[in-house]
Design a protein around this ligand. Sequence first.
Ligand code: AMP
Ligand code: MG
Length: 634
Amino acid sequence: MTYQFRKYSAISILQKQFMLWSRTMPTFGMNQDIFISQSRKAPLTTLSNIHKTSSFTEFLPPDPLIPSPDVSKIAPEFLLRQARVLDDGFYSYIRPEKREEYKFILHSPSALQDLGLLPNEASTEFFQDIISGKKHLDKPYPYAQAYAGFQFGTWAGQLGDGRVINLFEATNPQTEKRYEIQIKGGGLTPFSRFADGKAVLRSSIREFLGSEAANALGIPTSRALAITALPKTIARREKFESCAIVTRMAESWVRLGTFDLARRQNRGKNLRLLADFVIDKVFGGQDKLVNPQEAVIISGDENEATRNSKYVRLYREIVRRNAFMLARCQTYGLLNGVLNTDNTSVLGLSIDYGPFAFMDTFDPSYTPNHDDGHLRYSYRNIYDSMWWNLVKLGEDLGLLLGAGTHLDDPNFQDKEGYLNEEYAQSVQEQAVSVISAAEKEYKDVYQDTINKGFQKRLGLLTLKLTDESEIFNPLLEIMAEGGLDFNQTFRSLGDISLFSEEDLNESDILDELKEFYPSKKGAFVLISVEDSSKKLLEWLHTYRRRLKEEGNTDDSLRKKHMDLVNPKFILRNWILQEVIDRMEKNTDDKILSDVLHMALNPFQESWGRNPVDEMRFTGEVPSSLRDGVCTCSS
Ligand code: AMP
Ligand code: MG
């Protein structure tokens, strides 16, 4: 049994799809803009002074109905926000909807710092007005992105920012990192479909804390800058709930779903435009993409031109980044229960925190999404599901992947823009070959990353080829069978003395191992605690031998290393729920800032703010609240 990945072949799907679109995909030439980085070293700044741009709207075409901010300003509200499908254009200029009352709640000091803003900036009126959508700038003008997607393996058509409004990009003057700032819950857009453009306080708290917690664990993720309550804005979900705005930031919000849309717009006219935009403006030029010589991915079928093509390198880069991000999530048990193509970032960031969770009990079939009946996004299946998404991207990009140097040949397409028959077969073969090679690369990056993650979590100084099969997987199997807590087990293993005596003192250790087993009253158990702890003891012998082999026999030093990567605090579902309950009852705003502080510093032993809650939140999960799931309603 292996929990880390299963074999999945995508090529048959690709071949079928390819037949369809190789006749319908035209190609168009476009300008190659060179990315100009803002090379200004400067002190921390204010939101009003920070360098602002909007490359998405500058380089990609708009909704033809609202071609400019000026039109957006004078267009009647009903037209601005009327649902529509775009056959051209990637966004619509739109300002946030006005709300009756705004109540700034909290900012993330960590996100503020990463943006390059002064520490007291969040208390200024300008900051609070802008990040809540109460006021917006004229230049750059706000907009909503269109995208499409496959949800749970089914084509869902055009989606888009249904309640998100992008404000501008801001460049940190010190790091030169550029973030696109957006508000979630900002009102109706042309992409809201049947929904209301609102985000409830409950889901906003989850996203605010969730993304900052993931970042603190070294998971590539979008960030949350701030949260603002909208006390007089009410949304109807399972019950009536009050709303909020989360201000999010990411280096780009382009998703695989953005390519899903481009491929289907205007018979593919915008696809190359989007690919070039992502290469030049999002990644900062083709030099920033994976080097064609790096890592052997060549299956032997690609020709040189294909191998070196910037589109192949773009695809590989996106595959590698998502493999890395997913492996980091799996290392810490973070699951996104709606990891559809519209929720998969081209930058390999964890985005759109809806029904997500940091797993409590290690259960390979756990999915945090109550509605994920087929367990598509469970711990066990998410590796396959992510690859499925990446195959869809490969299909979207297929023509560009397979074209090699022919893309600009006058004969490559006929006068209507259709791919010339004589190229069809080689384009198809080359693209299929690229995608199958990328599948191996996906697996390699994933495995390498997760193995390094578990190596560190177990305090091993080296990584051996056999560690996966002899150390990591056997531990995961024991954890699954015995119902052990995923994150607590790693932290507790650091506390066990393995070298204080000549050999393991079995009876002492068996006593200590009792602490590893959460009391799950009434829960279905596969194996008794006694039998499971004997297996764990057996495993400890193997682990001890492995440590000894690399001279890693200082228990306290090993604990020190392990505590740096095994969080004492994990943002569990039940903790989120308690924060939400206390905030909703309006009895306690401080709880949000206390929990944020723990989430931002998860490896600390204590936080010195609220000892009672700190003890509870790092102690045993109350048995009735273990392994909770969420609905998609948000
Ligand atoms: P999700 O699965 O949460 O990423 O959302 C899927 C799609 O539904 C995206 O296009 C969202 O913008 C849209 N959406 C979700 N909730 C709402 C809402 N309350 N109002 C408008 N659009 C929404
Ligand atoms: Mg989404």
